[in-house]
Design a protein around this ligand. Structure first.
Ligand SMILES: [Zn+2]
Length: 449
């Protein structure tokens, strides 16, 4: 093989399993996966340490970068530095909580301009479906401009500039997207159920969970499924935290509806029963639930009811996360996990006897499929050489101040995790956040891409 840029040798996680192999990189793509001792005249060679394994870079399709507009919460430079440190080589940015939200093509351009030249990993964008852009042609225009799909809320989002869709509007959005086979991604909590369980406030986490009960998620998912039955459209359920949703998803999938769903590391690894009074760094919506729910979510990943694990990295300032001095009604919700998602899930997976290949199936190839990026998320000839060097046995204790994202607050603070990312490669090159080389992505089948 001529003009090989890089050969990596060592333990490699391929789609067929983990084995000793060599991976040859040419022009930013994987040219060959061969025997560990395969001869190659490469410009550069790297031999992995015995405790390391080469894994496909993660694709995290649920990240709130918040730039422009709420850059004090996060930003493209810090978010992508955190991504790279966590082995994530592709992120898709959510249409909120930036200002403007990504609900029009001009707003998408503003965001792309803010990101240009600042991203250490590849970044694509979700659009948003809100009452104001339904029926205006704006969804199709955003689709043609290359967004990966459209996020909507069925209950208040928390920010005024991104209003939620009512039930008739959800149906209208599904109708509109079905015309061009667009994907609707849904924050599924039902506003009527939430309204009936008003948060009393105060420091008890159990009161917060009771204010966002399982039936809020189940009712909202039922509406989405009914819409899919009617329109034949495509929907993805974001951040499933409730076991009550799982039988609904199972039945919808068995009926052949085009529905997928994700959960998040915090729902898989943190037990609500362990959250102390006033610990508002754990506040997120939907909420982290009990240990039995956790077991059900793991089982649903194993049997394919859930398709993916994404971080829902949703940072805010320390002031907002601790607003109200421990009052769960007043603190801002959202968990920052972009840099820790792999380690957190792997730590719990190994304790459950779940192999690393499964974890990567949910966090890398599964999310790449969800995003429609078939050349990412696997170590195989032809795929992009987006890779991470992972030491699955290394232990570390999370120190929020040592993380690369902007605000030093995370639900994983003080946890001992197993599995550390030692290097991340984007298109075969080591990621250096000081010299950001990530690209801005459009949906591959978008016109003009
Ligand atoms: Zn989110």
């Amino acid at each position: 093989m001529t003009d090989v840029d890089l050969v990596l040798r060592g333990r490699v996680l391929t789609p067929e399993g983990e084995r000793e192999a060599s991976v040859a990189v040419v022009g930013g793509r994987i040219a060959a996966v061969g025997p560990a001792d395969a001869a190659a005249d490469a410009r550069e060679e790297r031999r992995l340490e015995p405790d390391e394994v080469l894994i496909p870079g993660l694709v995290d399709t649920h990240v709130h970068v918040n730039e422009p507009g709420r850059t004090e919460w996060e930003g493209f430079a810090t978010a992508t530095a955190a991504a790279a440190a966590g082995g994530v080589t592709t992120i898709l940015d959510m249409p909120l909580n930036s200002i403007p939200p990504t609900t029009t093509v001009p707003a998408l351009r503003v965001k792309q301009q803010a990101a240009q030249g600042r991203v250490a990993v590849d970044v694509g964008f979700w659009g948003g479906a809100v009452p104001g852009n339904l029926g205006t042609g704006e969804l199709r225009a955003l689709h043609e401009a290359g967004v990966f799909g459209f996020k909507c809320f069925l209950a208040p989002s928390g920010v005024d500039e991104f209003p939620h869709l009512g039930r008739a509007q959800l149906d209208a959005a599904l109708d509109e997207l079905a015309a061009f086979d667009g994907l609707l991604i849904v924050h599924a909590e039902d506003p009527d159920v939430l309204h009936a369980h008003e948060n009393p406030g105060g420091p008890r986490y159990a009161d917060y969970v009771a204010s966002r009960p399982d039936e809020a998620e189940a009712a909202a998912v039922e509406h989405v499924i009914a819409g899919l039955r009617r329109t034949g459209g495509r929907a993805h359920i974001l951040h499933v935290s409730s076991a009550a949703v799982l039988p609904l998803l199972r039945a919808a999938k068995a009926d052949g509806l085009r529905i997928t769903a994700e959960t998040c590391p915090h729902y898989l690894t943190i037990d609500a029963g362990q959250i102390g009074d006033g610990e508002t760094r754990f506040k997120c919506a939907p909420p982290i639930r009990d240990a039995a729910t956790q077991d059900a979510l793991w089982a649903a990943l194993a049997d394919g009811t859930l398709d993916a694990v994404v971080t829902d990295h949703s940072p805010a300032t320390v002031e907002l996360k601790t607003a109200g001095g421990g009052d769960f009604a007043r603190a801002w919700g959202g968990i920052s996990g972009l840099q820790l998602g792999l380690s957190a899930v792997w730590t719990a997976a190994r304790a459950r006897g779940v192999p690393l290949a499964e974890v990567l199936r949910w966090m890398s190839s599964g999310t790449a499929a969800l995003a429609g990026l078939p050349d990412r998320g696997r170590i195989a000839p032809g795929a992009r050489a987006d890779l991470a060097v992972f030491a699955p046995d290394e232990r570390f204790t999370v120190d929020a101040h040592a993380l690369a994202h902007r605000n030093p607050v995370t639900a994983y603070e003080g946890r001992e995790l197993r599995g550390r990312v030692r290097a991340t490669l984007l298109a075969g090159e080591p990621v250096d956040p000081a010299a950001p080389a990530g690209r801005l992505l459009s949906r591959p089948d978008a016109p003009g891409d």
